[in-house]
Design a binder for this molecule. Sequence first.
Ligand code: PLP
Length: 366
Amino acid sequence: MLLTPGPTDVPEFIRYSMAKQTIHHRTKEFKDIFQDTREMLLKLLGTKSCVILASSGTGAMEATVTNFCFKKALTINSGKFGERWGKICQATNKDFVELKYEWNTPTNTKDILEAIKSNKDIDAVFLQVCESAGGLRQPVEQIAKAIKDSNKDIIVVADAITAVGVEHINTKDIDVLIAGSQKALMLPPGLSVVGLNEKAIEKIGQKPTGYYFNLFAEFKKQEQNTTAYTAPTTLIIGLNEVLKKFETIGLDNLYKDTKKRAEASREALKAIGLTIYPKTPADAMTTIKTDKAEKIRELLKSKFDVNIAGGQDHLKGNIFRINHMGLIEPYQASWVLNSIEKSLEILGIRKFNGEANRVFMEVYFA
Ligand SMILES: *Cc1c(COP(=O)(O)O)cnc(C)c1O
């Protein structure tokens, strides 16, 4: 059972949809699929327009740095992915200011406003909606509003790779919203999405930048339901299937179910004495802080056939992360919690009495 917060499990109906013969990307047949996919995708993103890129999520991150920052970037580093903005700025010779936080701590809006005030040349702010390194939900809507209230020309770029398809994101003050295929979209890796609102569209048109990651060139093509270069046809066909499924379920129901699963899992793990790591947990995953993380992960893998994620850098060996993204049945979530409780018994930490599962069922089916 693959329950890492990316890559997530690719359900069978999606795998089958991608198993058909290759179609040419310049045919009417593909154009129709592209158009249909794009229309559903815009509803999911809640943005005016979007471009689909053939790259992993980091490609979309780099594209937003090169296409939206011409003077100085403000980057928010609350973990591995937030740190990546700074690395991209360095690699692409962009001036940047970084605000750094412990990985369990949400960004303070006041710090952002101060940084903007003392660096008048900041023209783009980069942050995560959910920082996957610690499972932290950033108050991104509130931050975006504060930035826009102070200077509406600053472009707000939100990496929502572990938030799109998980929860409703209010994009009123967010100019750019990034998504990726291998998280809540339940696809294999290789496709990223850059959602664009008016201000972002205006900015890419002012100074088209780059060659492959030229968002304006892609925007113009994709508004015509085609791509500048060869489209990742197979992944787009898979995405079409995913989005159709989301429409059948209903986005509100999808979000509600994910939230319920996340809440019930958190309560269950707390009930068996474990500690939630982030101060403001995202619903994409549950992160537990424990120095037994590696022992628990090993037992889960060897005895219970469950693959969950550990931590990186200073959190290596100190946390584990369970995925809630995608279409996960309650019995699957329940199996993982049971396995963790059983592992605690094997490690001599706590006698097994089914408490985790009991609490999960009680909260989930309340
Ligand atoms: C997975 C992820 C990415 C993208 O990583 P890739 O490996 O390049 O797909 C970016 N940001 C966040 C928050 C992520 O979880």
